[in-house]
Design a binder for this molecule. Sequence first.
Ligand code: 5GP
Ligand code: MN
Length: 335
Amino acid sequence: MKSIEEIYPLLLEPRKVAIIMHQKPDADAMGSSLGLYHFLLQLGHQPTVISPTNWAEWLKWMPGCEQVIDYEYSTEKAIAALEQAEWVFCLDFNTMSRTRNMASRLRRLPTTRILVDHHQQPESELFAYGVSNTQKSSTSEMIYDLIVGSGNDDKINKDIAECLYAGVMTDTGSFRFPGASADVHRMVARLKDTGINHTKIHEDLFDNFLENRLRFIGYVLQNRMEIFYEHNAALISIPWKDLVRYEIKTGDTEGLVNYPLSIQGIKMAALIIDRDEEVKCSFRSKGDFDVNVFARTYFDGGGHVNAAGGHSGDTLEVTVERFIEAIKENSSQLQ
Ligand code: 5GP
Ligand code: MN
């Protein structure tokens, strides 16, 4: 993989570009992709943004979101855009399996793939150019670096700023995590100078749910949460029938895994959900317990030191049993 800087001079020549993010995109995946989209539009390129799956309602306010193609829903259109593209940017993921049904097609595509990502252990051999930096707060910050680094600071408009702000704010837990560096705050000042209303962005992301989601959270915290004090760990496990009963949609469970971390002494929290098509796992930690390694070792996943995910082909019950065994094995690191 060659350095991302090598594409800077090539940006002057307009071309068809596809921008891809990971499945079930979060605000950083969607925000960085749309931030790049608005930037490339201004340079005269013809960008198309593709998500491997659908996305949460609370992302739909983002400028350009209505243009994003859902690969599962509009497969033919997405394939056409992929096949016509000269460049394929891969944002906020670094292993093809994160693109679900698109993965095998992406691997086969003879197009130039460009990586911009901040997760651990990238599949670098799949990309012609790219940047992978786990020190970065968010992929949105890295898109900002790309825009400024290529000498295009003057192109940062309000659309770009809104998208990148949403990504960096959510990936830093509202500027709380260690990744919220001085550089991040300087970037936010620059984004704010474009006239964005950050209060509105926070409201659109966090205060825009339906009643059923809050009732669901109350129900699962009461009935589906187990605390393992001897291992300083906690688990919320949710059967499919709960999702059906509360009419839970994509994005409604975002952030739920963080609740148990607010309990004194709890260093690691897990959320295991039976999504019918697969059992999805999310892990969060405080301090130096590495959930990326944990997710990789036991649940075919990955991510960051303090936030990672994975999945399981077993039933919910068996996955929960495997999780309990895994925290027993890791108990000494959790003390
Ligand atoms: P979440 O728990 O919010 O789904 O994901 C937390 C972090 O772990 C994100 O940075 C996400 O990209 C990563 N992640 C989630 N699921 C998987 C997975 O199945 N495989 C890998 N490699 N990373 C994942
Ligand atoms: Mn991210």
